[in-house]
Design a protein around this ligand. Structure first.
Ligand SMILES: *[C@@H]1O[C@H](CO)[C@@H](O)[C@H](O)[C@H]1NC(C)=O
Ligand SMILES: *[C@@H]1O[C@H](CO)[C@@H](O)[C@H](O)[C@H]1NC(C)=O
Ligand SMILES: *[C@@H]1O[C@H](CO)[C@@H](O)[C@H](O)[C@H]1NC(C)=O
Ligand SMILES: *[C@@H]1O[C@H](CO)[C@@H](O)[C@H](O)[C@H]1NC(C)=O
Ligand SMILES: *[C@@H]1O[C@H](CO)[C@@H](O)[C@H](O)[C@H]1NC(C)=O
Length: 491
């Protein structure tokens, strides 16, 4: 058993070859860490035999053993990745799921939490098994609100629809016609975007760091670029942030400026993060851009703020997600912005640690001034195959322990709906839209024929039996709304 774990740090990481000339002392450290860890794992495992509480069958025990080994190997790869890429952060393994990310001794924790009267901690504990389940799930998810979703949810129209409309004047949609009038404008019948639709996506935050590098061309080289709120895109900033504009996540407060911000771009898709209301709808009726509502979860842990929502959107459409202009380097005391005065920051250390974890789980790839020398070398991030193996192991372990849900790809579906033919259903819009909008291509993503999608997206749709997955509420993994489309009507 010991041998098995000793091997892990050297055999499992693709970076092993690059590190051959490391000093022997470092290797000794790893060997010691591995030995201590395997002892801990052994103790944990033996407690299953003696504890008697769980009374697992022999078959379960055998499976669990395999899963724990796969996840333990994975933990070592994540640890190695953090050591190589974390700019001073270190990962400390607690068991096959739990991991602590620590900032170096003497790190200046300057952000003060008024509520809890403490400075930000220098250590963060994560459950890697939960994190990998959550973020892999996003790769199969729909993150745009649709009519089929509201139809499938038992309380969809009465309760949930009302939550997406500000100043409705009622807590529920007692008058459904009224609610439809508010939502029709931004409510496609079916998902306008698909998992695996794009190969590469750039998510561009607004950090002032962007002015220290010239990532513009690199950003524009992505198949889709996702930006945030009022981020300006013009010649002045082109070499720093690029000119390509495909998606923009906006909070509703930005409605008043939206026409100015769009500055003549007609194709950029607006995704509203929270709720719509009269002013926003009036603005939408006058512009040619596609506009939809975000459908996703409220993240209570991890990094806060709008950046995470952009990453969720990106993962639901893209194979590879590159992030630029996020505050992920050491030394932040305030949030700078590339186009305006700095704002007061919040949770810089917590955010930085969480983004580093996400990079080492293969969710995002971080680009920043302190990392620009490394450029496009991702060999020390666990491979896609390894992440998928770890995902399967985490899922099996969770299902074995809880005894809930099936192991299949629909094991997390709590509510089922049927959308019939994939291509049927009304296009978003309302009768009183301006001439400009009516005669634009605002609905082009909604009406795009299935067979014009990228092959990977089509294959995914078939592998999923034509089922779209949506989040219900909160951060629960097993709380999906699943809507089945007829596969036949597409071919
Ligand atoms: C820590 O930050 C505070 C406030 O920015 C500063 O006054 C202090 O000199 C810093 N200490 C170190 C060791 O960097
Ligand atoms: C995601 O979709 C793929 C098919 O493309 C499927 O094999 C896999 O099980 C799904 N994963 C999750 C977490 O739903
Ligand atoms: C429901 O809303 C529609 C649209 O605003 C309105 O025409 C209708 O009178 C309302 N019905 C009731 C019963 O209030
Ligand atoms: C608006 O677009 C024009 C033409 O592309 C450009 O010259 C101008 O700088 C832009 N204005 C802003 C505020 O981005
Ligand atoms: C809409 O898209 C079609 C096909 O791409 C194109 O021929 C047409 O010119 C576009 N119309 C407008 C107003 O952009």
């Amino acid at each position: 058993m010991t041998t098995r774990y000793l091997k892990a740090p050297f055999s499992s990481s693709s970076s092993a070859n690059h590190n051959i000339r490391r000093p022997a002392a470092a290797l000794l450290h790893l060997v010691c860490a591995a030995a201590v860890f395997s002892l801990i794992v052994f103790l944990i495992q033996s407690s299953f035999f003696t504890g008697g509480k769980l009374k697992p069958t022999l078959v379960n025990l055998h499976n669990k053993d395999d899963e724990i080994r796969i996840l333990s190997d994975f933990q070592f790869s994540v640890q190695q990745c953090v050591a190589n890429r974390g700019l001073g952060l270190t990962a400390h393994i607690i068991d096959h799921c739990k991991l602590v990310l620590k900032f170096p001794q003497g790190t200046n924790s300057t952000w003060y939490n008024e509520q809890f009267k403490i400075f930000e901690p220098l250590e963060y504990t994560y459950d890697v098994c939960e994190a990998i389940l959550l973020w892999e799930q996003y790769r199969n998810m729909t993150t745009v609100l649709t009519r089929e979703y509201l139809d499938a949810r038992p309380d969809g129209w009465l309760d949930y629809a009302a939550k997406r409309i500000a100043q409705l004047g009622a807590d529920k949609c007692y008058n459904r016609t009224l609610c439809e009038e508010h939502l029709n404008l931004l409510l496609p019948a079916k998902p306008p975007f698909h998992p695996r639709q794009f190969q590469t996506c750039a998510v561009v935050g607004n950090s002032g760091d962007l002015l220290k590098t010239e990532f513009g061309e690199e950003i524009d080289g992505h198949e889709a670029v996702i930006r945030d709120n009022e981020a300006p895109v013009n010649e002045k900033y082109a070499k720093y942030v690029g000119l390509k504009r495909d998606f923009r996540l906006v909070v509703r407060g930005a409605a008043r400026n939206m026409v100015t911000i769009l500055n003549g771009s007609t194709d950029e898709v607006l995704i509203i993060k929270s709720v719509t209301h009269r002013d926003f709808n009036a603005m939408i009726k006058g512009i040619p851009n596609p506009v939809y509502l975000f459908q996703g979860i409220v993240l209570r842990r991890g990094a806060k703020g709008t950046g995470m929502k952009s990453i969720e959107l990106a993962l639901s459409m893209c194979d590879i997600v590159d992030i630029y202009g996020f505050t992920v380097d050491p030394g932040y005391t305030e949030w700078t912005r590339y186009f305006s005065e700095p704002k007061k920051g919040h949770n810089p250390l917590q955010g930085r640690a969480y983004y580093q974890l996400l990079e080492c789980l293969g969710v995002i790839r971080i680009h920043s001034p302190m990392r620009s020398k490394r450029k496009q070398d991702w060999s020390d991030v666990p491979s896609r195959e390894m992440i998928q193996r770890a995902h399967v192991a985490a899922l099996r372990l969770k299902r074995t322990l809880s005894g809930q849900g099936g192991l299949g790809q629909f094991g997390s579906c709590n509510v089922w709906g049927n959308a019939g033919s994939y291509s049927s259903g009304p296009v978003s819009g309302s009768p009183d839209m301006s001439y400009v909008r009516k005669n634009s291509n605002y609905s082009k993503w909604e009406v795009m024929p299935f067979n014009s999608l990228r092959k990977e997206a089509q294959d995914h749709f078939v592998q999923m039996d034509g089922v779209s997955l949506y989040k219900m509420d909160g951060n629960k993994l097993e709380d999906l709304v699943c809507v089945r489309h007829s596969l036949k009507s597409e071919s």
